[in-house]
Write a protein that binds this ligand. Structure first.
Ligand SMILES: [Zn+2]
Length: 366
């Protein structure tokens, strides 16, 4: 599980991307005056950019105060579904700034966004035959009728535009153009709500509650998980957010490889069936132990044990003595040796580019 802090710049951009009506603002003002003892964000902008400590408090109010929860649920505009389109769009448009490569929960799956270039789509619209267009449109909408495709082509021929968005303003074209646009950019990640939105709608639009994650972590595993336990303080809860500055998972949970009788073998790979991969807490009572268990990190990594074992064998063989000998007995200079090391282990590359299994490898390198 990876710590990820949204930058101030991203948070400012997010506040601008999500907009509310005057009525929404008025409703929020009325809501907060009902709970003067709770330190609630003064504005909706503050709410959607609230830090993890504030989000934890709000979540606990909602889980312990039925009146608060009931009143909050009346604020229908604060449900995720109301803004999900804008939120996904925000993540897609700012993907380079966000710079998130792997699922923040498991660090074993890449999350990405892929797209067909706009020019290529326009080219398709301007020159494609009926059958070519049909092939694409059927991917998005299998029930599409030949008649509406023909109609669409007639309109395309009459109105050539140089931007996809411009077609939306032409009467009768918007529906199919929207489908084409949704085909063009696809995101291969889920925006998980760290604190479940169904137990507290107030935190469902807050950026610090969003964890870009893979589908396994978001759907199948998360459904059985309950991050908040009765009696938990907002301080403890806050430390569990990967987006919290106090998130200390990386130090408190470490991967280790156990070999038979704890003897370092000459080859881990040869002893694969007797080796064990464990994810262990470094302190007693680590709050992250349950988190790791709920995402079944150890079980999921075990399946890939060949990766760390191969790495350990390389570390064993290509050790300091090996490189010292190489330095003394070859014509290679320092830089070349460094390059050779990096080519063997990929350590810098993995760290710099946030590759999968980054934590696993760095834990084992020590
Ligand atoms: Zn994941």
């Amino acid at each position: 599980m990876i710590k990820y802090i949204y930058s101030d710049y991203i948070i400012q951009k997010y506040k601008k991307a999500i907009t509310f009506t005057q009525q929404n603002h008025n409703d929020w003002d009325t809501f907060i005056t009902k709970f003067p003892n709770y330190n609630l964000p003064k504005t909706l902008e503050e709410l959607i950019s609230a830090n993890t400590e504030v989000l934890s408090s709000i979540y606990i109010y909602s889980n312990t105060d039925q009146y608060f929860q009931k009143e909050a649920e009346k604020l229908k505009f604060l449900y995720y579904d109301m803004k999900s389109g804008d939120i996904i769009k925000f993540f897609i448009e700012n993907r380079d700034l966000l710079n998130i490569s792997t699922c923040l929960y498991c660090n074993m799956t890449y999350v990405n966004i892929f797209e067909t270039k706009e020019e290529e789509i326009l080219d398709l619209l301007h020159t494609a035959s009926f059958n070519e267009l049909k092939t694409i449109l059927e991917i998005i909408d299998p029930s599409i009728e030949d008649k509406s495709i023909k109609n669409f082509i007639t309109k395309l021929n009459k109105n050539k535009k140089s931007r996809l968005e411009d077609y939306k303003n032409i009467s009768g074209m918007k529906t199919l153009i929207d489908k084409i646009i949704s085909y063009r950019v696809k995101q291969q990640f889920d925006i998980d709500h760290f604190l479940p939105k169904n137990k507290c709608n107030l935190i469902s639009l807050s950026i610090n509650n969003f964890i870009p994650s893979c589908q396994v972590c978001n759907s199948r595993i998360k459904s059985t998980r309950n991050v908040y336990r009765i009696g938990m303080t907002s301080k403890t809860l806050e430390c569990l957010f990967p987006t919290s500055p106090n998130y200390n998972y990386s130090n408190e949970m470490k991967f280790i490889i156990l070999s038979p009788n704890n003897v370092k073998p000459t080859s881990y790979v040869k002893l694969i069936s007797d080796c064990e991969l464990l994810l262990q807490p470094t302190t007693s009572n680590s709050v992250y132990q349950k988190e790791a268990l709920s995402f079944r990190i150890q079980d999921r990594y075990r399946y890939h044990i060949i990766e760390p074992l191969t790495y350990l064998d390389k570390l064993n063989h290509f050790n300091d003595t090996y490189f010292n000998n190489l330095k003394n007995n070859s014509n290679l200079n320092e830089d070349e040796i460094k390059f050779l090391k990096e080519s063997l282990f990929d350590d810098l590359f993995r760290l710099k580019n946030q590759r999968i299994f980054e934590k696993l490898y760095s834990d084992l390198s020590i």
